[in-house]
Write a protein that binds this ligand. Structure first.
Ligand code: ADP
Ligand code: MG
Length: 664
């Protein structure tokens, strides 16, 4: 890659690739091919073996049931693998679908005076039993199917709504879902619920006029399950390839960062969780007629944990891995429980631990590694800093900075004439208490339109806390924060972000599993709604803007590289670029030069100076050389108080400041 034109061509190719929604060419090839292969085996090989007499109908039926399990696993992969929400409700959703279908089947099975015989058997009083009201809708198949999807979906929606809005996360959400599953299990076990108690519903005979005991019906159900699973897979694949899929991964990587980019992560989580509930319900409806039974045993917490194991073994966040894991673990179960049933718990536990330790990304990672090697080499060394690459190097001297600064000062003056004396941000009498420790106590602090404001101060002075207050992360004990004419003191992070306050964190917070380009796409303004993310595509103009910005921070060669491979400086720049892309009115930049080399520092200063013509900026910094480069008004913060405010020269000569900070 020596000549300029070659470089440009290479870049263009990469950009073209970046425009496709793929996670990465090789990996997507692996996903598609793996899933297609499994589907064709199911569609052709299994029926062929059966027709030729090499497989009995019971085995086909077993596959049909396991495919239903795989559907639950795909749904869980969406919420757990992609979004990072561990749910132990999946067995409940599955059983709710199963019960819906089971009630329909029971009503079309052996009856005594219109009451399913199973219900009769478990009831204490034989005479005078009537069907409870909630059995009524399940007399017709279309209503049953509708309810079989709606009930688990609605339950998932409600659980998700209350859980995610109140920010129940991680293990707490798992415990919450576990408790719900347990409670439902107890309710379904009750005989007076009139759902046949622990015996469950069984003795199914007819489904929509087909005899369930017939081999052909079983084969038909197997094929319907297979095709439904393929459709479910295609739907989920579409979702994870859409922008929404990127948002789900971003939630998994760093949910709170998304809020500062104007997203409401709980909407996306509710969407994914509800969909997983619907898919599990669908699976349950397909399972019940094939297993010829549905009991409360299917909605235990253990069953939910099993689904987690399937996904973990197959590979989180791959969809096809969920299918593979569900089939494989169940086949092993089937094999062992017919020969050595007492071994099964140990094999299952060992499998789970083994996979987690040896193949943290599950069995699918073996397949992906293999296909990736065949298709294309992995991106070249992503650790490389763009500045290490001679062709990208552009010497910058202080003179250059001076020139830029005077140009910007001119622009700024022009603009501030129009906005004379109006302040963009004003902080008044704020105090922040951390358990009695006064982290912040500021009388007034303000930033004008198109002003670059620097805050310096020793470690622990409260600089980051001030940023937290302005961006809504930390609440003040007293005082108020005005943004333009809006009081933002008590607004949520996301609402402040949407008003136009962008933020860069002290440690770069970007979405590690996504590429540089995907990170940038998430930062585009106007893309924060769920439906828009599901169906929309970025415009060419938006993509061009991203490319131009990345070029400016010299990340254009790294566009396709997952962010986790970037150097510290590159991550800083990526986060700043994401900020700029969102076009906020006020930029909060917390220690942008921390951990940068001298040259990178100069480049960052240059970038911030350029930005000043478009935005108001608060830069928090520790590095005095860097602050000197910015040549702006400086506030010195010490022990939560502003001790000096003025030009760099003024504060530098202030004896208090020298004592507190500069003299050290
Ligand atoms: P700076 O960014 O200037 O280095 P910070 O704003 O991060 O300082 O912290 C100011 C002070 O507040 C420090 O003493 C820190 O320990 C304390 N602090 C910050 N966040 C919290 C918190 N969430 N709980 C308790 N103390 C905190
Ligand atoms: Mg800090």
């Amino acid at each position: 890659m020596s000549s300029r034109s070659e470089r440009t061509r290479h870049l263009r190719e990469r950009t073209a690739k970046a425009l496709s929604p793929a996670i990465g060419g090789a990996q997507q090839f692996g996903h598609r091919f793996g899933a297609l292969f499994m589907f064709l085996v199911g569609l052709i090989v299994v029926p062929a073996l059966y027709e030729s007499g090499n497989m009995n109908i019971e085995t086909v039926n077993m596959f049909g049931r396991y495919l239903a399990f795989a559907m639950v696993a795909v749904g869980l992969d969406l919420v757990w693998g992609y979004t990072g929400i561990l749910s132990l409700c999946q067995s409940l959703f599955f059983a709710l679908g199963g019960y819906a279908m089971g009630m329909y089947l029971a009503l079309h099975g052996p009856l005594d005076e219109g009451v399913p015989r199973a219900l009769y058997v478990v009831s204490s009083s034989v005479k005078g039993i009537t069907l409870p009201w909630f059995w009524e809708p399940f007399r017709t198949l279309p209503v049953t199917i509708g309810l079989g999807l709606l009930i688990p979906g609605a339950l998932a929606f409600v659980v998700g709504y209350f859980g995610f809005v109140s920010r129940v996360r991680g293990v707490y959400f798992a415990i919450l879902t576990q408790a719900i599953t347990l409670a439902a299990w107890m309710v379904f076990c009750l005989n007076n619920m009139r759902l046949c108690g622990t015996n469950g519903l069984t003795n199914f005979v007819m489904l929509a006029g087909f005899d369930l005991t017939q081999a052909n019906t079983k084969l038909g159900l197997y094929l319907i399950t297979l095709v439904t699973l393929a459709a479910v897979y295609a739907l989920c694949r579409y979702i994870v390839n859409s922008r929404l899929g990127r948002v789900l991964i971003a939630i998994r990587d760093n949910e709170s960062r998304l809020r500062f980019s104007g997203y409401k992560p709980h909407y996306f989580k509710i969407f994914a969780f509800t969909l997983s509930g619907v898919l599990a319900g669908l699976a349950g409806m397909l399972y019940a007629p094939q297993a010829n039974i549905i009991t409360p045993a299917y909605m235990t917490v253990e069953r939910s944990i099993l689904v987690v194991i399937w996904v973990a073994v197959g590979g989180r966040g791959t969809l096809s891995g969920a299918i593979l894991g569900a089939l494989l673990v169940n086949l092993m179960y089937n094999f062992l429980t017919t020969s050595k049933p007492e071994w099964w718990p140990f094999v299952q536990g060992g499998l789970f631990i083994g996979v987690v330790l040896l193949l943290p990304n599950g069995l699918m990672s073996l397949w992906h590694g293999w296909t990736a090697k065949r298709r294309e080499p992995l991106p070249e060394n992503g650790q490389k800093s763009p500045l290490a690459d001679g062709s990208a190097e552009r010497p910058i001297d202080a003179h250059d900075i001076d020139r830029r600064f005077s140009r910007i000062a001119l622009l700024q003056r022009e603009k501030s004439v129009a906005l004379a004396d109006s302040e963009l941000l004003r902080v008044e009498n704020i105090q922040v208490d951390f358990d009695g420790f006064k982290a912040l106590d500021i009388d007034t602090f303000s930033v004008g339109y198109y002003e670059l404001r620097v805050i310096i101060g020793p470690n622990g002075a409260g600089k980051t806390t001030l940023c937290d207050v302005i961006s809504g992360k930390t609440r003040v004990a007293t005082g108020r924060v005005m943004f333009g004419t809006t009081d933002i003191t008590t607004l949520a992070e996301v609402d402040i972000a949407r008003l136009g306050v962008g933020r860069k964190f002290q440690t770069p917070t970007v979405f590690d599993s996504l590429t540089v380009y995907e990170n940038m796409k998430l930062a585009l303004p106007g893309w924060q709604g769920v439906w828009r993310n599901l169906a929309g595509r970025e415009t060419a103009a938006e993509c061009e803007r991203i490319t131009a910005l990345l070029k400016r921070v010299r990340l254009d060669d790294q566009m396709q590289i997952p962010v986790k491979y970037l150097s510290h400086g590159q991550r800083q720049w990526l986060e700043i670029s994401m900020l700029i892309l969102a076009s906020p009115i006020l930029l909060l930049v917390d220690e942008p030069a921390a951990g940068l080399t001298d040259q990178e520092t100069v480049l960052t200063a240059e970038l911030l100076l350029e930005l000043q013509s478009e935005h108001s900026i608060i830069v928090i910094e520790h590095d005095m050389e860097f602050v000197r480069l910015l040549n702006s008004r400086v506030a010195v913060l010490n022990e939560g108080k502003i001790m000096a405010d003025g030009s760099m020269d003024e504060v530098q000569t202030d004896p208090k400041v020298i004592e507190a900070y500069l003299g050290r």
